[in-house]
Each structure stands twice: as C-alpha cells, then as structure tokens.
Design a protein. Structure first.
Length: 488
C-alpha cells in the first residue's frame, strides 16, 4: 500500500560570505595576518596603509581560494553598472584600531627565531664522529630515518633489512644491521634507537657511572621489568633481599631516566615558538581594561587606481567591448574588496564583544588571579549575553589567547561546567579539580589515596562527588591511579 506524506522542513543555508566570515573569526592573530596577506595578493583592488608589508612576490596565492561571493560567472551588462557607487573620495577606512597593544616603536619589530637543527639531522651529524664504511654509513642513516619522534625504532630488524633492499637497494643481513644499530645506541640523547621502553631504560643506565644503585636498577629493568612497572615493591624487596632504602635509591635512578629521548629534543625545539595573545587584560585603578591586539585591525581601503579606471570608463564616449570586460573585472574586485573590509570589521567587533563578556563574567578571577574564583561558565552563557550563536563564541574561545596579569591563557580554559556543593551553590569544575590536585599532591605517597577515598575527602570539604567523577577528573588532570602513584 502506497502512502503519501507532505513534510515541511525549515533549513538555513549559510551564504559563501557568512562561511568566510566564520573562518575569519576562528583564526588567531598570526593565522589572520597570513590570511590577510593572501587576500592582498589575490585582490589588487584591496590596499593597506603599509603596502611594503605585503610584497606580492613573497606570498603565493592560496590554492584554497574560492571565488569571493562566487560572483557566479554572472554576466552583468557594463552599461547597467552604477559606476558612481564605486567612486568615492573617502579612501580612509571606516574603522581604525580601537585598541592597539603596540607602540609606534614596537610596531615594526620582528621576533627573532632560532633555526634549530632537527632531531634526525642532529643524529646524522653525530654519525660523523664514527669511522664507518660507505655501506655502514648508508645502513646507519636508514636506521636513523626509521627512528620516530619519541626516539624509538618500532620495526623489527628483518623488516628493516627487507625495506632497505626493496626501497633503497641496500643489500645487507640482519647481523650487520644489528651491529650498526649498536652504533646508533651510542648517539645522544641516550636511549635513542631503542625498540621498546625496557631497552630504552637499559641503554640509559648503561651510560651512567656504575654504582650500587645503578647496578641494582639495571638488574631490575633487565630481569624484573614487569614487577617494576606494576610497582610490586614487596616482591622486589624479597627477590633481591635488600632494604627499602636500597630499593628506593635504585628506583630513584630509574625515575630520573627519560622514557621518550626523542620527545625531549622536540620539546626544546618547540620552546622557541611563542604565542601571540589576541587580547590583553590590564587592571587600571582597580578596574579591568580589555584591549584587542591591534594586529587584528589593519587599515584597509579600496585601490585608488581601480577607482580611477572606473572614472576613465565613465568619462569615455566610445566604450569598446574590451573596456566593458575590464569594467566587469573591476566591479568584481571592488565588490570583493569592500566585502573583505566589512568582514574584518565584523570580525574585530565579534572578538572584542565576546572577550569583553567573558572578562566581565569572570571579573573576580581577573581581578586577583585566584582560580578558585572562576565561575562555572558554558558557551551558552556568553552567547546569551551578547546575542551571538554558540558556534561563534566557540570559534573565538577555542583558538584565541588572552594576556592577563597572571600569564597568557587559552580562552577556552575559562569555560567549565557547574556542580553543586553541599550548600547547594554552583561551583566550577575547575575549582574542584584544583582541590583534587592539591589533595593528591599532599597524600602519603607510600599509601596513595584510591578514588573512593578521594571522593570521601572532597565530600568532607563540601563537594559531594561520585567516585567515577573523581576518576574522570583525575584522568583529565593526567594523574595516574593510586597504585601507580605509590613510592617506596
């Protein structure tokens, strides 16, 4: 039996301009500047007050650049274009930087960056200190190339031998490859080239000055690795017939080792990166003052040359087909430039209004920096305050930083859910996590507190929380279970 239904659906479709605006809002300061440079290259009708900053040959046009507005291959009769709409004596942008964190002296300064040698390049250079034949050198370089960012070789020797033969034409055997791997194990950082955590720790211990503690630590890792990782200390005390102090000294040696030798090198490289805050909050005469990084509000205007080209067309008596085609092109570029200028203004206003609402919502925190004073706050709270969509607030919060008297913070860190304390008051989950972290840091590490005991302690402090919630918060704080926090 056939049935007919009439269904009415209400849907909203974003225009290309709205989609582009959302993308602009999401960009943090540095990414926004790059996007602006791409637009300057793409649209010659768009100019800035500092043209030397946007040299065309320095930037490639973005491959993702879609036709603005689409302008949809729509053909408009040149005679129907009201040229006077595109001719304006006002070349000054309709907005200026409302809040600029940079003085005139700072405006053109650039941050010098270190040019660090990559992790793998550093290992290759270390090979120069070893006497190797050409064949051995090729094998060594291939092994270095097989090391991941954490410093490990995750593949078996037979697989590596086969891969060298098939992809590099390097024909060798497993015994030779294993011998060259021992050379890799001599490189710094110590432990690099290990095939698992146990081997990584052993390599580092073997590079240490031999002492009773180091020798015991080496034996534990080599022969009692499973008991050590599970923190079965009683079993180790019985196995080696040693005192707790002796075992503690050996464990201290192990805990000083680096389980990710490559990761530490990468973190040193990343340390040269810096975050450009999108906002700054200052306390002036006991009041909060918000400023938007001036780099988010460039001075843009429509090209005078393009306006003059339209004027020339308007004044000419005989209008050729070529001129009419030129007017079509100019009209498209001018429309695009005007839209982009307006989009930047909207982006600037959206960023400022959103952060201003967050600042006032969390006023108590921003005045004294006490994280316990962070109020529960979700995206909807801010969206309702400023009359914007939740997704727009999310785009601002997820990718922007604010400089405060207490350090530069990612804005999304100020958002948290609410929970009730024993007084029935809403408290932030951030506050509860902070208390949980403090309780765990002050526990007796010889008898670390299990989750149910932590739940009891927080309940006594006025925060009735279930054990499973404690476990969730502990994991979010990257704190291991009680057994793994145990120290001898």
């Amino acid at each position: 039996m056939l049935k007919q239904n009439l269904q009415l659906k209400l849907s909203q479709k974003l225009s290309p301009q709205q989609i582009q605006l959302m993308k602009l809002i999401q960009l943090p300061t540095q990414a926004f500047e790059q996007r602006l440079k791409e637009e300057m290259v793409e649209n010659p009708a768009l100019e800035t007050g500092k043209e030397d900053e946007y040299e065309k040959d320095e930037y490639d046009t973005s491959e993702d650049f879609d036709d603005y507005d689409d302008y949809d291959n729509e053909r408009i009769d040149a005679d129907e274009i009201n040229i006077d709409e595109y001719l304006s004596d006002d070349e000054i942008p309709g907005y200026k930087t409302q809040a600029n964190n940079y003085s005139d002296d700072d405006e053109d300064r650039t941050m010098p960056f270190a040019a660090p040698v990559s992790f793998h390049q550093n290992l290759i250079e270390q090979l120069n200190t070893f006497i190797l034949t050409d064949e051995e050198r090729e094998i060594a370089e291939f092994l270095v190339g097989s090391i991941d960012d954490m410093g490990y070789i995750r593949r078996s020797i037979p697989d590596i031998v086969d891969d060298m033969a098939f992809t590099q034409g390097i024909y060798t055997d497993e015994k030779t490859t294993e011998r060259i791997l021992h050379v890799i194990h001599e490189l710094e950082p110590s432990g690099v080239g290990a095939r698992d955590l146990q081997e990584c720790l052993l390599l580092q211990l073997k590079h240490k000055t031999p002492t009773a503690s180091v020798e015991l630590a080496t034996d534990i890792i080599e022969h009692q690795f499973d008991a050590f990782t599970k923190k079965h200390y009683d079993k180790l005390l019985q196995k080696y017939d040693i005192s707790q102090d002796q075992l503690r000294a050996a464990i201290d040696e192990i805990e000083r080792l680096n389980p990710k030798p490559g990761g530490s090198y990468e973190s040193n490289i990343k340390a040269v990166e810096h975050v450009v805050p999108d906002f700054a909050i200052r306390i002036v005469d006991g009041e909060l003052e918000l400023t938007l990084n001036g780099r988010n509000a460039p001075e843009l205007h429509v090209s005078k040359d393009y306006q003059e080209m339209l004027q020339t067309y308007k004044d000419s008596r005989d209008k050729s087909n070529a001129q009419k085609d030129a007017v079509q092109f100019i009209k498209q570029k001018l429309d695009s430039a005007k839209w982009f200028i307006d989009a930047i203004r909207q982006r600037q206003e959206t960023l400022f209004v959103t952060m201003n609402a967050i600042m006032h919502y969390q006023e108590e925190y921003f005045l004294d920096g006490d994280e316990a004073k962070l109020k529960p706050m979700i995206l909807k709270d801010i969206a309702d305050m400023i009359g914007l969509d939740i997704s727009t607030v999310s785009r601002v919060a997820n990718s922007k930083y604010v400089e405060t008297p207490y350090g530069t913070k990612l804005i999304k860190e100020f958002f948290s859910e609410a929970m009730k304390n024993d007084q029935g008051e809403d408290v932030s989950t951030i506050e509860i996590k902070k208390i949980l972290e403090t309780v765990i840091s002050e526990e007796d590490k010889r008898k670390p507190l299990p989750d149910d005991k932590l739940a009891e302690i927080l309940k006594d402090k006025g925060y009735p929380i279930a054990r499973r919630t404690i476990a969730k918060y502990r994991e979010q704080l990257d704190i291991p279970v009680a057994r793994m926090r145990k120290k001898i």
